[in-house]
Design a binder for this molecule. Structure first.
Ligand code: GCU
Length: 674
């Protein structure tokens, strides 16, 4: 096989005390038809037990409910459609009763997730005796967005080429199934396989040219409870339909989409729906016709509605032709300004997909104001597992702690608890079509993610989207234990590296929430003024006295006014503004004293020196694992660390030198600045 199994390695576990309890699998379902999902669940379970515990399971299929009571030992999978025990669709329970372990669910997908859960527990060495749990996902939609192009390239892809497309054709092979296993094992239940920027042959994906093959793919995914979605081109009626407009209120356009969608569902009955990037970075959209985003989204949603399809509409809409001399226009304001007035105007199968921050996946950003603003609209939180601005999977950057902070942010949208996690799960406003999306970090590299350690971000996204209350450490530990041989030293070192990695990356790159300072276009490597005099609305405004963007209501762009109280006041005042976001919200002088007594400029110098030292520590930790983990993984990661070390040095020297030259202020510690 030319790819690894990541966390589905199923490494052998010695002396597992509950081994005897797991020797048979009894499958008890109410119908005679064994579905693909059940088949897949059973085969995963028996494969995992064989590899981890060397158990050859006997499998017994029973259709009568009472027969299963006679099973005296083993794992019993029971589809319980009669007694609705509140598993809630994808939920399940696992109970130890006498000598049996019973996984029960109302649906087949619940059984599948229950099996993956049991496997995960065993893989971690957890004993099964006494288990009595009930689980259900906190979010209904747990979706990956692949930015794969049909020529096989991946926009912002850092782990090889696409494993979905090559030369304008779909690829379907063993890896398709293993991809489905991998993401299903962590609870992901939907995927968009093509780039949000739909160009070239990708516009045709929704036509007969590709639908038969897509159906095969969709069925493989469905066997793992994953729904296939496609990014579609808003101008498709023109580009592939022969119409002259794509006006969402035009009758011919409406009819064209209805026919197109009917045709898709005729071929792919389990199709999930569309993801749309419109009026954004040059993509077509309803603005061309003087229509709103609600007009555009609802038109498509109505075509999908009869088939249960969903329409996911992105809020990444801003003016990318800004004049850098203009201090009042603020890209951070854009998503809110464009969408807040439309709250309540979207159909119930429309979901707005909102990036975590108001800018674009920087190493540190405040939470997007839309989460606390919209009250009558379904929302999905979009994060980016692909490390576009966080080291591009050459530098290790475990992003779960960042996503946790975002999820835990209290928006004060509603009295009594409205963290982002509550809002995007639909709990706050009783919504169903809500959840989490991640821009995927996968490609056809052997290890799927380029850097072995950042498979933890893919794993972690899935686990977090299922249960937003899991901690970053728990997730990191789970991933490490399933990925590496069972050895306390290995797990400790890997955990330590992962947990440090985001703060370390932040230290040696851009300070206190200001972001950018990166090479334009490829978004890799330091370039402090890279975006400063450009049209993208991404500035740091550094001069000889200080830096930062004034986004206050009092004297700045007014962005802060989009937050609910008391967040708005907290950000408005320099003193109460969380320091890690100080430069995002305020222009600050170099001699301003931070809470620890250091001046801003000294903070910049210190963190950049520290960042490089931290990378040295991480490398030492990794080197201490030589011989304890497989050589190929050791070597691959070792090489990535060499690159990271060079990167960190470059960032330190470029950023420190830049601010030294701007400010003329010496480093108190007299270290080398160029
Ligand atoms: C970023 C990224 C683009 C991408 C865009 C998006 O700006 O650099 O490549 O298309 O986000 O999210 O649509």
């Amino acid at each position: 096989m030319n790819y690894s199994q990541c966390w589905l390695n199923y490494n052998p576990i010695d002396n597992y005390e509950d081994r005897d309890m797991l020797s048979d699998i009894g499958i008890c379902i109410a119908t005679n038809q064994i579905s693909t999902i059940i088949e897949n669940a059973v085969s995963e379970l028996s494969y995992a037990l064989k590899r981890m515990l060397n158990i050859n399971c006997n499998k017994e299929y029973m259709t009568e409910d009472d027969q299963y009571e006679e099973l005296k030992s083993g794992i019993i999978l029971r589809l319980n459609t009669k007694d609705k025990s509140g598993y809630n669709n994808e939920g399940y329970s696992i109970k130890h009763i006498d000598k049996t372990v019973r996984i029960e669910a109302e649906t087949e997908s619940g059984i599948l997730y229950g099996c993956f859960d049991l496997i995960r527990r065993i893989a971690q060495g957890e004993l099964i005796r006494g288990i009595d749990i009930m689980e259900k996902p906190k979010n209904n939609i747990r979706i990956l967005n692949h930015w794969d192009n049909m020529d096989g390239s991946i926009e912002r892809g850092y782990s090889g080429k696409s494993f979905f497309f090559k030369n304008d054709e779909l690829i379907i092979n063993e890896r398709t199934r293993d991809y489905a296993r991998l993401i299903s094992s962590v609870g992901i239940n939907a995927t968009v396989i093509n780039n949000v920027n739909v160009h070239g042959a990708a516009s045709d994906l929704i036509t007969d040219r590709y639908l038969d093959k897509l159906r095969i793919m969709a069925d493989i995914f469905a066997g793992y409870n994953i729904r296939l979605f496609l990014s579609a081109n808003f101008a498709a009626p023109i580009e592939i339909g022969g119409l002259t407009v794509s006006d969402p209120l035009d009758k011919d356009v409406i009819d064209w989409w209805k026919k197109c969608v009917k045709n898709i569902y005729d071929k792919i009955p389990n199709f999930g729906g569309f993801l749309i990037k419109a009026d954004s970075e040059g993509r077509p959209g309803p603005f061309t016709y003087g229509r709103t985003h609600a007009d555009g989204a609802n038109m498509l949603a109505r075509a999908l509605k009869p088939y249960g399809g969903l329409l996911i509409w992105r809020c990444f809409v801003y003016n990318c032709q800004q004049d850098w001399r203009d201090y009042k226009t603020d890209r951070a304001r854009a998503a809110y300004d464009n969408f807040i007035g439309l709250d309540g105007k979207f159909d119930d199968n429309v979901i707005l997909q909102i990036k975590n921050g108001p800018m674009d996946f920087q190493v540190r950003e405040p939470v997007s104001t839309l989460f606390g603003g919209l009250k009558k609209t379904n929302m999905i939180l979009e994060v980016q597992a692909a490390q576009e601005y966080t080291g591009q999977q050459r530098d290790v950057c475990y992003l779960i702690p960042m996503w946790k902070e975002i999820l835990e942010f209290e928006t004060y949208s509603k009295h009594g608890g409205s963290r982002v996690a509550d809002i995007v799960s639909g709990r706050t406003y009783n919504q169903i079509n809500c959840g989490l999306a991640a821009v995927s970090n996968t490609g056809n590299d052997y290890n799927w993610t380029g850097h072995d350690l950042v498979a933890s971000n893919l794993y972690g996204f899935g686990r977090l989207s299922w249960d937003t209350e899991l901690s970053s450490e728990e997730i990191a530990r789970e991933w490490a234990v399933q990925t590496f041989p069972h050895n306390g030293k290995v797990i400790k070192a890997v955990l330590d590296i992962l947990m440090k990695s985001w703060p370390v990356y932040e230290k040696y790159t851009s300070p206190l929430g200001i972001g950018w300072m990166i090479n334009p276009h490829n978004h890799y490597g330091p370039n402090v003024d890279g975006y400063e005099y450009d049209r993208w609305g991404t500035y740091h405004r550094a001069d000889r006295y200080g830096l930062g963007v004034d986004r206050t209501v009092k004297s700045g762009t007014g962005y802060i006014g989009q937050y609910n109280e008391p967040n708005a006041s907290m950000y408005e005042n320099k003193e109460s503004c969380p320091e890690e976001l100080l430069l995002f919200f305020h222009y600050i002088r170099y001699d301003y004293r931070l809470k620890n007594g250091k001046t801003l400029i000294q903070h910049i110098y210190d963190t950049h020196f520290e960042g490089v030292e931290d990378v040295e520590e991480m490398i030492k930790s990794w080197e201490s694992l030589q011989g304890l983990i497989p050589d190929d993984i050791y070597e691959r990661v070792r090489k990535r660390f060499d690159i990271q070390y060079r990167n960190a040095n470059e960032w330190r020297d470029v950023v420190n030198t830049y601010f030294y030259r701007k400010s003329g202020i010496n480093d108190e510690k007299g270290r080398k600045i160029y």
